[in-house]
Design a binder for this molecule. Structure first.
Ligand code: TRH
Length: 383
């Protein structure tokens, strides 16, 4: 197919929990619509989970259009809906049977994609793009795997992201205005600014305690999500957005959950970012700042294999003196090890090195084609 022919996309998003399912789908949908100019229809089964990421969403179960994307509640029947050129089921959510039947009668048949979860494991190289025929209908689904190597589907990254990041870094006024909007003091450059986005975590209170006693004052920007219980136990009281807890060298600010379009600025404004799941984890890497990842916990601890696979890639090229404590910190943060003040202080001692490394890692990763462009190419070759 000609590379200038416009395409149309259906994206199906079943929100299982948290913000990651809709976070990835919404980012991809916007990029397809805004950057590539394609018609995009995003089917979402939970608009309430969508709203914190995109405040323009109305709660009513009606069709709406935001950022050039047609957003449809995934409910009711699909009678009369003609599938688009490409149908994406995110994270193996099952498509409605009647929609699959409509896909089978369409000419040409839509390109059917299962957009899978991100993993740094080696097997992803061999599985990316594999076909899976439908058991009954004349349709073939393809597995599209995000990943860190050229052989995978790559990572989501808007084409203007790096320019926006550099502009923001070169404009302290923009950073100050952003922080002021969140109610964060901006004056003191001696302090360490840390963003915190995590699940509930046994290491969180020991880490916050370490921050109260550290050599450097710390401002922590924490949103109240699944770690609310830990934060409230640390504070000794219920917390809400706008609260500040001051203990020793630490000022813990409870910040609002910002719209997804602002989240990068939050990451860019900090010296260290604690992120989780998938999408915030990727954004922290594009932010080119040191980061700590709380991986989504899976049954039978399979997430530890995924974590080690990522660390194997991420730490290659980082001197061993920094790699050892960093790996130990990642493990402790993910439940296999103990979080101690000494471990935090050791990692902090390597901050400048970790900063250089985060930038080098980003510079390498950014050389690869982004996921959206790879997806479009993949689909065109099958239409
Ligand atoms: O919310 P998550 O834990 O999502 C997870 C993962 O995707 C996981 O793989 C999946 O299995 C599970 O959901 C169901 O973390 P993630 O992926 O980082 O998604 C969070 C989204 O929220 C991301 O798009 C960034 C966005 N965000 C904001 O828009 N504003 C904020 O203030 C914050 C903290 C996050």
């Amino acid at each position: 197919m000609d590379s200038s022919t416009p395409l149309s996309f259906d994206i199906f998003c079943n929100v299982i929990d948290n913000f990651g399912d809709i976070g990835v789908c919404w980012r991809l949908a916007r990029q397809l619509a805004v950057e590539h100019g394609f018609a995009v229809r995003l089917w979402v089964d939970d608009l309430a989970s969508f709203k914190p990421l995109c405040p323009e969403i109305r709660d009513v179960a009606a069709t709406q259009r935001v950022a050039g994307v047609e957003i449809r509640p995934w409910s009711g029947d699909f009678a009369g809906v003609i599938p688009h050129d490409v149908v994406i089921e995110a994270f193996a959510c099952r498509l409605p049977e009647c929609f699959e039947a409509a896909m089978a009668t369409r000419t040409p048949k839509p390109v059917w994609i299962n957009l899978d979860y991100l993993s740094a494991e080696d097997w992803v190289d061999g599985c990316h793009g594999l076909p899976s025929p439908h058991p009954r209908l004349p349709l073939t689904k393809h597995f599209f795997f995000p990943g860190f190597s050229e052989k995978t589907g790559g990572l989501l990254r808007e084409s203007d992201l790096e320019r926006r990041r550099v502009d923001f870094l070169n404009d302290p006024e923009a950073r100050n205005q952003f922080l002021e909007r969140l109610g964060i003091p901006t004056a003191d450059d001696a302090l360490l600014r840390i963003s915190l986005f995590s699940y509930q975590n046994l290491s969180l209170i020991p880490l916050l305690e370490a921050w109260t006693m550290g050599a450097r004052p710390i401002t922590c920007l924490a949103s109240l999500t699944r770690n609310r219980g830990d934060l409230e136990r640390f504070a000794g009281r219920p917390l809400s957005v706008g609260d500040t807890v001051r203990k020793g060298r630490l000022a813990l600010h409870i910040t609002p959950f910002v719209p997804q379009t602002d989240y990068d600025e939050l990451l860019w404004s900090c010296d260290l970012n604690f992120v989780r799941g998938e999408d915030s984890f990727v954004r922290a890497q594009w932010a080119a700042k040191p980061m700590i990842w709380h991986i989504y916990p899976q049954d039978e601890d399979t997430h530890h294999i995924k974590l080690d696979a990522f660390l194997g890639r991420y730490c290659a090229g980082l001197p061993e003196t920094a790699t050892i404590p960093l790996r130990q910190f990642f493990r402790a943060w993910n439940g296999s090890g103990t979080m101690t003040t000494a471990l935090w202080e050791t990692c902090l001692g390597h901050l400048a090195e970790l900063q250089r490394h985060a930038l080098e890692w980003q510079k390498e990763l950014i050389k690869q084609q982004d996921l959206c462009a790879k997806l479009v190419q993949f689909c065109r070759s099958r239409l």
